[in-house]
Every structure is written in C-alpha cells, then in structure tokens.
Design a binder for this molecule. Structure first.
Ligand code: ATP
Ligand code: MG
Length: 421
C-alpha cells in the first residue's frame, strides 16, 4: 500500500518550487532594503514557551498545537508561529545588549492542528519580521509599510489594510470591563468559544467569525473611547506616518488581539478575493511579551504573513512570481562510446562555466535528442557528432532563430556565455 502524506500537508513539486524560491528571494531583498536580518530558531521548542508566548487562552494553545513528550519526558511542541521563539532567542542570546533596535526576520514551516481547507493547512509557511527595542510609532509604521510594499510588488489586487489600537495595561482594563458589561446580557446567545472568552479574553469576542457573535458585537462600545492619552497619541502618530508614506488604511475597531502583552497597534491585511481565508498578514505591537517571557520590559512590534495565502491570492491574476524555465544548452551526440565520453566531458566543462546544460543519459536517436532540446526550452542545441568530434568543434544551433554555426571546442563555453539570454 502506498503511504499518503499527512492531512493538511503539501508536496511542493518542481512546477511550484520555482515560485517559492522567487517569493523567498523577493522577501530577502525587501529585508535587505528595510534592514532586517535573518534569524533561524528551532522547529520545536519547550511547550511552555508557547503557553506563555502565544497565550494559554488562545485557540492556538488550546486546540492547535502539535505537542508530544520526547524520550527524556520533556513536553515539546512543533512551533505554531515564530514570534515567541524570536523573543526567546533575543533574551537567550542577550540581543538586548546590542545597539537597539534589533531588526530580525524569519521564514519557514509552522504547524497547527486545524481543519484543513483552502488556504488553511497543518504545515504551512510564514514569513515575519520583529523589531525589538523601540516604542516609536514610526517603528509600527515601518513594519506596516514593509508588509504593504511586499503585496504592492507582487501586484496583488483588492488589498485592504486595517489598523486598530488595542490600548495598553493602563487603559484596557476599563475597556474590558465595559465589554463585559455589554456582553453579559447576551452571554447565552454567544457561541461556546466566546462564552469561554467572556471572562479572560472578552476583546476576542469582537473578532469572532460566528455571524451571531458578530451581530451582537456590532453594538459594543468602541476602544477609541477608552484609550489613554499615550495610546491615543501613539495611534494618531502611526496614522500620520502611514499618511506620509501614502498608504491607505481603514480603521477597524473590532480587529483585536486580546492578550495582555499586545499593546497599541494591531493590523491586518486582507485580500477580498480569497474568501474565508482572506487574512494574508497580521501583526502589531507587543510591548509586554518579552517581560512575559522573563526579560526586562522591552517594546517590540512585528508581523507574520502566510506564504501559501500569497499563492492563493495570486491564482487567477497575472503572476509576478511566474518563473521562466529553460536551459542554456542541450548537447546532442551519438551513442558511440568515444563520443559519449567526449560529450559527457563537454557537458561538465559547460556546467563549470556556469551554463545550465543537459545531455542525453540514455541512447536516444539524433531526432529524439533534438526534440528533447525543444522540451527543455534550450537556448542552444550543441551538436557534437562524428564530424565535429574529428574537427574539434561543435555546431551551435540557436533554437529561437534556427541559425547554426561551428565553434571550436575551446571557445564554446565563452561563446555560449556571451550569447545566452
Ligand atoms: P486565521 O484567522 O486565518 O486563522 P490567524 O489569526 O490564526 O489567522 P496568525 O496567527 O496571525 O493567523 O498568522 C499570520 C498569518 O499566517 C495569517 O494571516 C495567515 O496568512 C497565515 N496562517 C495562519 N494559519 C494558517 C494555516 N493554518 N494555514 C495557512 N496559513 C495560515
Ligand atoms: Mg488561526
């Protein structure tokens, strides 16, 4: 019996891995331009890191983690996201001792036990940035600009940027209280998740996806009426910086992150066209998280985006990540042993010179090899038959113009390098 891959995972085959590489290169180039450096943390961590760093009341920790005990009896979890690990690494490697801010990025697989559907997988890939060590609202705006710029370069259409402020430990308790007062009479009508959110995490009721909770939530008090002066001023400044950069945004008072260590800015980018899984990117400020993980209070802001959702968003529109395949040279020769050895050596020489080169590995006819050169979209067919072998040359056929010329073997690599597209 053939074994299948686990539910909610993907095999990315060569026809799509080229696009992944292009997206990765684009992200790394953005990081270079914005000054973010890569961090690579373990795929698995102690479970406690996520209990504290993601939050024990979140769906991720309550329902979605891949947790197991290892042979030493430790509780280990496959990372469901990377912010907690980045903060742990910042503390463990004393990055707070370096010049601040510290600007990091990561990219790689994350694991969540979710109900697999379009755009929602159990192993998926995130890219994210984290900016540690400054509370300046320009930092929030920089992080948002970074995300926006990526989607602009990808030319994804129908994008919406939503921003909000979730306040801080000074002003949020009053808002939490007002929300509980508001939702209390409706407690029985809320979905089971929201009923359990009511005590510890009532802000999360506001961004529940259930239509009933949404309808009830429509009349809820707004956080804007509760923000303290510091939070209000910070939010204003983030908006001014975004305006200065010419980035259009919408205020969405119901977009929240309910945990105490999330502070001030929250933002999300959505693509209307991809339906229920429309969030392509989410982020915000988390000034309380490093402290939650045992460090000194350290302001921080960042975002994470789902890489699979970029491909969903690009499906059906002209695609910036479309890759051009095609090799530089296809060597066509005969199956005579002497010639096979010489053409094999020639392929090696061309590859050493940096040319992508294919050669027949079986014993196909001349005609079949010519067809193969077409199938590989070779820029040049290098014909190396008995005559050429005897003369120490090769016949180079330009596959787009059909023109053919003879080139001495010792000049072949130089000629092809100079003439490839
Ligand atoms: P959602 O509301 O869609 O579940 P989330 O709030 O759980 O998203 P975050 O934890 O903020 O998402 O992760 C950031 C981004 O990672 C999301 O905006 C989304 O693009 C992507 N993402 C999250 N979960 C998955 C998943 N299971 N499969 C694919 N992409 C995902
Ligand atoms: Mg989720």
């Amino acid at each position: 019996m053939v074994i299948s891959r686990p539910r909610g995972t993907n095999d990315f085959l060569p026809e799509v891995t080229g696009k992944w590489q292009k997206l990765e290169a684009m992200l790394r180039e953005l990081c270079r331009q914005y000054g973010y450096q890569e961090i690579r943390t373990p795929i698995f961590e102690e479970t406690e890191l996520f209990n504290r760093g993601v939050g024990s009341t979140t769906d991720i920790v309550q329902k979605e983690m891949y947790t197991f005990s290892d042979h030493g009896g430790r509780s280990i979890t496959l990372r469901p996201e990377n912010t907690a690990s980045a903060c742990r690494a910042y503390l463990e490697n004393k990055l707070y001792g370096q010049i601040q801010p510290v600007k990091l990025y990561y990219m790689g697989p994350m694991f969540r036990y979710e109900k697999p559907q379009a755009g929602r997988f159990r192993q998926f890939h995130q890219f994210g940035i984290e900016l540690f060590g400054t509370e300046d609202p320009a930092a929030d705006a920089e992080v948002i600009c970074f995300a926006w710029e990526l989607y602009r370069r990808l030319q994804i259409k129908n994008l919406q940027l939503k921003i909000n402020s979730v306040g801080c430990p000074h002003c949020r308790p009053q808002y939490k209280q007002a929300l509980q007062d508001f939702f209390r009479p409706h407690l029985n009508e809320l979905c089971p998740s929201c009923q359990s959110r009511f005590e510890r995490n009532p802000l999360r009721i506001l961004d529940c996806k259930s239509p009933i909770c949404q309808e009830i939530g429509n009349g809820a008090p707004l956080i804007y009426d509760f923000l303290c002066e510091d939070c209000r001023d910070h939010f204003q400044q983030v908006q001014s910086f975004l305006n200065a950069a010419g980035i259009a945004f919408e205020l969405d008072p119901h977009m929240v992150r309910g945990l105490d260590y999330y502070t001030k800015t929250a933002f999300e980018i959505q693509v209307a066209a991809i339906g229920a899984q429309s969030a392509v990117c989410g982020g915000g400020r988390y000034d309380g998280l490093i402290e939650e993980l045992g460090g000194e209070p350290t302001p921080a802001v960042g975002f994470a985006l789902g890489m699979e959702r970029i491909f969903s968003a690009l499906a059906g529109q002209s695609d910036e990540l479309e890759t051009k395949d095609g090799i530089d040279a296809y060597i066509i020769s005969s199956s005579a042993p002497q010639l096979r050895a010489a053409s094999f050596a020639l392929a090696n020489t061309l590859r050493s010179a940096g040319l992508s080169t294919e050669i027949e590995l079986g014993k196909k006819s001349f005609k079949a090899q010519m067809k193969a050169a077409d199938r590989f979209h070779a820029a040049f067919a290098v014909i190396f038959g008995e005559d050429e072998f005897a003369q120490g040359t090769a016949a180079v056929k330009d596959m787009s113009s059909g023109e053919q010329i003879n080139i001495p073997l010792d000049e072949l690599a130089t000629y092809l390098c100079a003439h490839r597209q």
